[in-house]
Design a protein around this ligand. Structure first.
Ligand SMILES: C[C@@H]1N[C@@H](C(=O)NCc2ccccc2)[C@H](O)[C@@H]1O
Length: 448
């Protein structure tokens, strides 16, 4: 290993109470809300299919023209209590809020910039209203923060001159001030999720990313930070030059997940994935017909897939400029919530089971309980289960349903019966397992 000053601060998973809470929460929601919601993907009468929160880039809008959108920021239908109830009903345990996206507009009245809610017709501290409403519902709040800031004249994509050095040093101080402001104003925040940290300017300032992690953890003991913040002495990101994860959890799984059969490496560390409902829209886009929109079932499968591999999943919502949600997102929250109310115990506090994945779906595990989350119903009417050596199944019960038969078919192989009644939706079977170390082995392998 090479010696690093700004590499991973810790080896292995954090096991303190705050990290256990982060991990056990498992299901979160993203709120991407900013000026980009106002144009909703359309600029000067032209509709852009790309990510709506990047419209400034797609339509090549100068920062000062883009920020004029502040004059229209007045979400009259914003009702933080209703937002928190919707999240509660969906069964999310935490919400990640874009405090400031790449555009530089702040949802809190920052005193370090003029581009904030305080300078809009809305005036009020919208971030503060959200934090209170979610916390009052027992939902944790995480802050998304974009280091990349298109509104700030001192931002640099790379450092190529003395002038760049001086300007970017001012920018890093501005960013420190905003982060201290957020940690001071909203001390119940549990996590900082950094984005916009891919440019060479940040990679050349790995020291600063280590300083930010340290600063936030001193101000808010127990707070978590994502790996995307971090660059080491040599500009390596997420994992340092010795291959160790930086930050508290990997945050590279954005709109993708690792293969549950071929790529199990992520089960070795904590990680959190985030996903969009359309193919790639985080901010509000007027026209969702421009790309595929995932069904509630497809969203649910991604949530289970992540938890089955020891990760968290954050499902994105892009609120409308008026402060209400589009009907597709309300319906999604409702559908996921109905499923979670019956089957949530296979998600919350669960982890990778370490069993070989089968075609019918995914395993999750909590202590001695293994859950079979069934998405695909087999024509055989049997669900094949292969247990690790020295493990036997003693019972199988459908969540919110009846016991089902379990028949041993070979060494460490079982057929678990499908429930008699087809609920027409993914269902969960809870397995009781026991140690099988000293059982007589009546099976013989073939001689070949
Ligand atoms: C969590 C997501 N991260 C931002 C993102 O996609 N950034 C990467 C990106 C880079 C280049 C063109 C479009 C998007 C998105 O705007 C969301 O905030």
């Amino acid at each position: 290993e090479i010696s690093l000053k700004y590499g991973a601060e810790r080896l292995g998973k954090r096991q303190d109470a705050d990290m256990k809470r982060f991990r056990d929460n498992r299901l979160g929601a993203f709120i991407h809300w900013g000026l980009y919601a106002i144009p909703g993907g359309e600029w000067n009468g032209e509709m852009y299919g790309g990510a709506a929160e990047w419209l400034k880039a797609w339509a090549k809008v100068p920062a000062d023209e883009w920020l004029k959108l502040m004059e229209q920021w007045n979400p009259t239908r914003f009702n933080p209590k209703a937002w928190a109830k919707m999240a509660k009903k969906m069964g999310v345990k935490y919400v990640k809020i874009t405090t400031k996206h790449h555009e530089g507009f702040c949802l809190w009245p920052s005193k370090y910039t003029q581009y904030t809610v305080a300078q809009t017709p809305y005036k009020k501290d919208i971030l503060g209203e959200m934090v209170k409403a979610y916390n009052d519902e027992g939902i944790d709040v995480h802050f998304y923060f974009s280091v990349l800031d298109w509104s700030h004249p001192d931002y640099r994509y790379d450092i190529k001159s003395e002038e760049d050095e001086i300007a970017f040093a001012r920018f890093l101080e501005f960013t420190d001030n905003q982060l201290k402001e957020l940690a001071t104003r909203y001390p119940t925040v549990k996590d900082f999720w950094f984005d916009g940290t891919w440019d060479a300017s940040i990679k050349k300032n790995g020291w600063w990313t280590a300083h930010v992690e340290q600063m936030l953890k001193e101000m808010l003991p127990g707070v978590t930070v994502n790996s995307r913040l971090r660059a080491d002495d040599y500009g390596k990101r997420h994992f340092d030059s010795n291959g160790h994860l930086m930050g508290d959890y990997e945050s590279a799984y954005e709109r993708r997940l690792s293969d549950p059969v071929k790529d199990l490496k992520v089960t070795r560390w904590d990680w959190e994935a985030c996903m969009t409902v359309p193919e790639n829209q985080w901010g509000y886009h007027k026209d969702w017909s421009l790309s595929y929109v995932k069904t509630p079932l497809e969203v649910l499968e991604r949530i289970v897939h992540a938890v089955s591999m020891g990760g968290n999943m954050v499902v994105n919502f892009g609120p409308q400029p008026d402060g209400d949600f589009r009907s597709e997102e309300k319906e999604l929250a409702d559908a996921v919530g109905r499923w979670m109310s019956v089957n949530g115990e296979c998600i919350y506090g669960c982890d990778y089971a370490g069993w070989d994945k089968q075609a019918w779906g995914y395993y999750t595990r909590k202590g001695k309980e293994v859950y079979m989350v069934v998405f695909n119903s087999p024509y055989s009417r049997h669900l094949v289960v292969k247990t690790p050596k020295d493990v036997k199944i003693t019972k199988a019960v459908v969540l919110n349903g009846k016991e089902v038969g379990v028949k041993e078919t070979a060494r460490n192989e079982y057929n678990v019966d499908m429930p008699a009644k087809d609920s027409g939706a993914p269902f969960v079977i809870k397995l009781q397992i026991e140690d099988n170390t000293n059982a007589a082995d009546k099976y013989r392998e073939a001689l070949t």
